[in-house]
Design a protein around this ligand. Structure first.
Ligand code: UDP
Length: 496
C-alpha cells in the first residue's frame, strides 16, 4: 500500500510475456532496494492467464492496473494484417488519453515521482508531461547495440537512399558496437515499405528527445565499449543508464513449493551434473516443420541429453494438410500456430530418445531450468531476456535467432561477447537457409564437449560474476539506478 511519504512510480509495459516480466521486475527492484511503491500498468490486449498469475505474485507494494481497450481496426490498420510492431505502437499511441487520466488520478492520491514506459511506449511519455510534469523515462528491455541502432535510425534511414539494409556493402557500425551485416539488422527494418519499418524510425526519433533518461536492461561488462560510448552525455539524446540484468526473480521458498507441472525439474533432478542441453525459442518462437525435424534428428545424432520446449511448426496447418514441406526456411521462424507440437516430430523420435531427452510442449520454467546443476548449455533464439537469464546462470549458448533483434544479438554473442556458438546454415544465413541435422549435431557437440564450448563457458561465467557484482551496492548497475531514483525522489520532495 502506498503511504503518503513513499515515492510512487508507474511503469507501463508493452503486451507479451517477453515484455511484462522485466518491467515488473524493475518495479520489484525499485521497491526492495530503494523503498518505492509502484504500479505496473498493462494494456487491455495483453491480458492472459500467465500474465495475471505473474502479476499477482508481486509484493503488495506493487499493484497492477490495466488500461481500457482501444480500437485497433481502422482503415489505416487492417485487422489481422498488421505487424506486431505496428499493433503495439498504435495501441500505445491511442492509449495516451487514458494514461494521462490514470497518472493525473494517481498524482492526487500518491507521491508520484516518475513514469516509466518501455520500448514501444515513447509516445506515452507525453502523458506524464500532460499529467502535471511527472518525469518520463524509457525502460529499454534490450541491449545497447539495439538502443544505439534505434537512436541512430533516423540518420541510417536517410543514408540508405533507395536500398534496403541487406543491400549495404559494409556492415552497420555503431559507436562501440560490433559491426552488424545489414541482413542481420532488426527484422522489422528489413522491409522499408512496411508500416513496422516506419514505426521503428518514428520510435527512434522519439527516443532522441522524449525521455528524461533511458534505463537499459544490460550491464557494462556485457557491452563495455558501447557502455562507454552511451554513458558519455550527448546533446542530441537523453542520458543512457545501464541498470541490468533485470531478470525474473527466484523466491527459493515459492520455487520449492511450486509444482513441477511440466516435469522438467523432476527430470533434471535425475540427470548428471552439467549434462543437459536446454532448447528453447522464447515465449512464442517456433520453427518450420522441416527445421523442426532437422533439429530433432540433430539432437538425436549429437547424443547429448536435452530438454526441448517444442512448439507446433510455423506452417503447422499447411504441414498437417500436405505432409512434409522441405522448402520451408530457417529464417521463416515466427509465432507458433496451434496444434499438438509433439505430433510434428519425426516418427519414432520420442521412443528412440527416451533415455536421452525430455520434450515439453510449449512452455518450461526457464529461469529455474537454467539454474539447475544438470544444465550445461542452452540453444536459444537469442531473445534478450533469455540471453540475460543464461548469462546470470553462467550457461553458454548456441545462437539460433528467429525474429525481432535476435539476429543482431546473435552477432554480438558469437563475435564480440564470445559466449555463444553458431550452427552452420545450409544455403547461407539469410532466407531460405536451413540448419541440417549434421550441423545441429556438430554445434551441440562443440558447445557440450568441445574447446570452443569450454571457452564460451569460461567467458559466460566471468560475465555472470560481473553481472552479480554490478547489482550489489558499489556495482555499476546498482549505483546507476540509485543515482536515477535519487533524482526522482528529489523532484518529488519525498522524505527518505
Ligand atoms: N520463457 C519461459 N519458458 C518458456 C519460454 C520462455 O519461462 O518455455 C520466458 C523466458 O524465461 C524469458 C521470456 O519468457 O523470460 C522470453 O523472453 P525473450 O526476451 O527471451 O524472448 P521473446 O519471448 O520476447 O521472444
Amino acid at each position: 500500500e502506498a503511504t503518503a511519504a513513499a515515492p510512487h512510480v508507474v511503469l507501463l509495459s508493452s503486451p507479451g510475456m517477453g515484455h511484462v516480466p522485466p518491467v515488473a521486475e524493475l518495479a520489484r527492484r525499485l521497491h526492495d532496494a530503494l523503498g518505492f511503491t509502484a504500479t505496473v500498468l498493462t494494456y487491455a490486449s495483453s491480458d492472459s492467464a500467465a500474465q495475471r498469475a505473474f502479476l499477482s505474485s508481486l509484493p503488495p507494494a506493487i499493484s497492477a492496473a490495466t488500461l481500457p481497450p482501444v480500437h485497433l481496426g481502422d482503415g489505416d490498420l487492417p485487422a489481422g494484417a498488421a505487424a506486431i510492431e505496428t499493433l503495439l505502437s498504435v495501441e500505445a499511441e491511442r492509449s495516451v488519453p487514458a494514461i494521462t487520466a490514470f497518472l493525473s488520478d494517481l498524482k492526487s492520491t500518491t507521491n508520484l515521482v516518475a513514469f516509466v514506459a518501455d520500448l514501444f511506449g515513447a509516445a506515452t511519455l507525453r502523458a506524464a508531461r500532460d499529467a502535471g510534469g511527472v518525469p518520463g523515462f524509457l525502460f529499454f528491455p534490450s541491449n545497447l547495440l539495439m538502443l544505439s541502432l534505434m537512436l541512430h535510425l533516423p540518420r541510417l534511414d536517410a543514408d540508405l537512399g533507395a536500398g534496403e539494409f541487406r543491400d549495404l556493402p559494409e556492415p552497420v557500425r555503431l559507436p562501440g558496437c560490433v559491426p552488424v551485416p545489414g541482413a542481420d539488422i532488426l527484422q522489422p527494418l528489413q522491409d522499408r515499405a512496411s508500416d513496422a519499418y516506419r514505426w521503428m524510425v518514428r520510435h527512434g526519433e522519439r527516443y532522441r528527445d522524449a525521455p528524461a533518461g533511458i534505463l537499459v536492461n544490460t550491464f557494462d561488462a556485457a557491452e563495455p565499449a558501447a557502455a562507454a560510448a552511451l554513458r558519455s552525455p550527448e546533446p542530441w539524446r537523453p542520458p543512457v543508464y545501464p541498470i541490468g540484468p533485470v531478470i525474473r526473480h527466484h523466491h527459493p521458498a515459492a520455487a520449492a513449493a511450486a509444482d513441477d507441472a511440466t516435469g522438467c525439474l523432476g527430470w533434471l533432478n535425475a540427470q548428471p551434473e552439467g549434462s543437459v542441453l536446454f532448447v528453447s525459442f522464447g515465449s512464442g518462437g517456433a520453427l518450420s516443420l522441416a527445421q523442426t525435424r532437422e533439429l530433432a534428428r540433430g539432437l538425436e545424432l549429437a547424443g547429448h541429453r536435452f530438454l526441448w520446449v517444442v512448439r507446433a511448426p510455423t506452417n503447422a496447418a499447411a504441414a498437417a494438410a500436405d505432409g512434409d514441406n522441405p522448402g520451408e526456411s530457417y529464417y521463416d521462424g515466427c509465432r507458433s500456430k496451434a496444434g499438438d507440437p509433439v505430433g510434428f516430430l519425426p516418427a519414432g523420435f520420442m521412443e528412440r530418445t527416451k533415455g536421452l531427452g525430455h520434450v515439453v510442449p510449449s512452455w518450461a520454467p526457464q529461469t529455474r531450468v537454467l539454474a539447475h546443476r544438470a544444465v550445461a548449455a542452452m540453444l536459444t533464439h537469442c531473445g534478450w531476456n533469455s540471453v540475460l537469464e543464461a548469462v546470470a546462470a553462467g550457461v553458454p549458448m548456441v545462437a539460433w535467432p528467429l525474429y525481432a533483434e535476435q539476429r543482431q544479438n546473435a552477432v554480438m554473442l558469437c563475435e564480440e561477447t564470445m559466449v555463444a556458438l553458431r550452427p552452420r546454415v545450409a544455403g547461407g544465413g539469410g532466407e531460405g537457409g536451413l540448419v541440417l541435422a549434421e550441423d545441429v549435431a556438430e554445434v551441440v557437440k562443440e558447445v557440450m564437449e568441445g574447446e570452443k564450448g569450454e571457452a564460451a563457458r569460461a567467458k559466460v561465467r566471468e560475465l555472470k560474476e560481473a553481472a552479480r557484482k554490478g547489482l550489489e551496492p558499489g556495482g555499476a548497475s546498482y549505483e546507476t539506478l540509485a543515482k536515477v531514483v535519487s533524482e526522482w525522489k528529489g523532484a518529488g520532495q519525498a522524505t527518505e
